[in-house]
Design a protein around this ligand. Structure first.
Ligand SMILES: Cc1ncc(COP(=O)(O)O)c(C=O)c1O
Length: 452
């Protein structure tokens, strides 16, 4: 047991960076040694500090170091770790009952989460939701619904997409290493289209805006045939693929094209949803109304929960018993989601995400001006990224991204990398982080670039 095991987490944790050992410290290194002998090699770590508590904008490790959190456990703890309303609701629920299986004997919490999803997701029409355990499971089920409702097989996805690690979602995910290498054969009837990626579009951002939709729809027509496509699945802002933000008009155009061709338009909002981008959902920025939306991550303050929400006629096309799973919509996870959603509304976390953008984006742009290794700065709300390249070229520089991330880690700032080429630093602070920690974190980042 660590010396710090009794330190309570949550928002009452001192909101300060405090390093008392090297990173990782001796206790973390000891636990890492145990982990090497007990946990499979296939699981890797961004930073092998073992956590004893977390809350607000900090993560405290077993050596007593307090790190600034710019990762939120990959966009999950948007309301902060162990947020008060999440803890209260979870504690009450866990003492009442932990599981019955919604398919055996239902409970109100599940219905209430579905009601909230139906209310909050884009679109003012009759909706239904179903709950699952993970993002990948939600994506799988959204595709099941679309195939069942349309009677079609093909699924269209994009370059740089990430949709999960199950067999179908591996097929839908673009990047081979580490997600797909050696894990095939993959599910069929998945077709990949170019992503509207302004920074890397041949001809540049203006050409991307002008051309991307035509390129994609022409390719679908020529290579798949609209009448065969059950669903187009897209992350409105791509996550693991590099926080790629498509140009204005691309998503609305894609949604209109899908509607005109009887194709189910599925927005994968698993990373971008629940206030993260300064809207409840990233689609809201352009008033895009998907037929189905997949959610997970930020929905439940850290507990495993995912959802598929959308048009009642599509969702209800599936026969009774066709959707489900033992744990999907577990009552404790539902209680957490209700606490998280209440927190987002009470604390205006949509506004908080916009405020984070207003603080971070100008500072990131300033860092970029001083460092030609930064080729692009992008993102929205508290989902921001910088892409690192060999100066003067668009050639990805993953080594530089990794070096900057390591320097940040050593100085007590937890940052993540991403991108098909591993050359993107991404910033996903909890939406409840205070400005002093944001400023300090940006200072550490600036310092890391100055020493590159
Ligand atoms: C956009 C998107 N879809 C799906 C997933 C898969 O979610 P999970 O890891 O919960 O299966 C992720 C996870 O990073 C994601 O970002």
């Amino acid at each position: 047991m660590s010396l710090n095991a009794a330190t309570p987490g949550g928002p009452s944790l001192p909101q300060r960076r405090n390093l008392v050992t090297e990173i990782p410290g001796p206790q973390s290194r000891g636990l890492f040694e145990r982990r090497q002998h007990s946990v499979a090699r296939g699981l890797s770590h961004v930073l092998p500090v073992f956590v004893s508590a977390a809350g607000g904008g900090v993560v405290v490790d077993v050596d007593g170091n307090s790190l600034i959190d710019f990762g939120s456990g990959i966009a999950v703890t948007s309301v902060g770790n162990s947020a008060d309303l999440v803890v209260t609701r979870v504690t009450e629920q866990v003492a009442q009952f932990t599981h019955t299986c919604f398919m055996v004997a239902p409970y109100e919490g599940y219905v209430e989460v579905c009601e909230q999803l139906n209310r909050l997701t884009p679109g003012d029409f009759d909706k239904r939701s179903a709950l699952f355990n993970s993002g990948a499971e939600a994506v799988e089920n959204a595709v099941k619904v679309a195939r069942h409702a349309t009677g079609r097989d093909a699924v269209v996805v994009f370059d740089h997409a990430y949709h999960g690690r199950t067999n179908l979602t591996m097929a839908m995910t673009a990047k081979n290493m580490p997600y797909k290498e050696g894990f095939g054969p993959f599910a069929g009837e998945v077709y990949r289209m170019p992503m509207a990626y302004p920074y890397r579009w041949p001809g540049g951002p203006a050409a991307c805006q002008a051309e991307a939709l035509d390129v994609v729809t022409n390719l679908i027509h020529a290579q798949v045939g609209e009448e065969n496509v059950a669903a187009v699945v897209i992350e409105p802002i791509q996550g693991e693929g590099g926080f790629v933000v498509p140009p204005a008009g691309f998503l609305p155009g894609l949604a209109t094209y899908c509607r005109a061709n009887g194709i189910v338009f599925i927005a994968d909002e698993i990373q971008s949803g629940f206030c993260r981008t300064g809207n409840w959902f990233a689609c809201d920025a352009e008033n895009v109304v998907p037929d189905l939306v997949t959610t997970a991550k930020g929905i439940a303050g850290g507990l495993p929960l995912a959802g598929v929400t959308g048009r009642a006629d599509l969702m209800d096309a599936v026969h009774p018993g066709g959707l489900g799973g033992t744990y999907g919509g577990n009552p404790v996870a539902c209680a957490a989601a209700l606490g998280a959603i209440e927190t987002m509304e009470k604390e205006d976390l949509v506004g908080a995400a916009k405020a984070i953008e207003n603080i971070m984006l100008p500072r990131l742009r300033k860092i970029a001006e001083a460092n030609p290794v930064i080729g692009d700065v992008r993102g929205r709300g508290a989902m921001l990224a910088i892409e690192l390249v060999k100066p003067g070229t668009p050639d990805p520089d993953a080594a530089a991204a990794s070096k900057v991330a390591k320097a940040c880690h050593g100085n007590g700032l937890l940052v993540l990398t991403c991108g098909t080429y591993g050359n993107v630093l991404r910033f996903l602070p909890p939406l409840v982080i205070g400005q002093p920690l944001l400023d300090e974190g940006l200072g550490i980042l600036e310092d890391a670039f100055s020493k590159l």
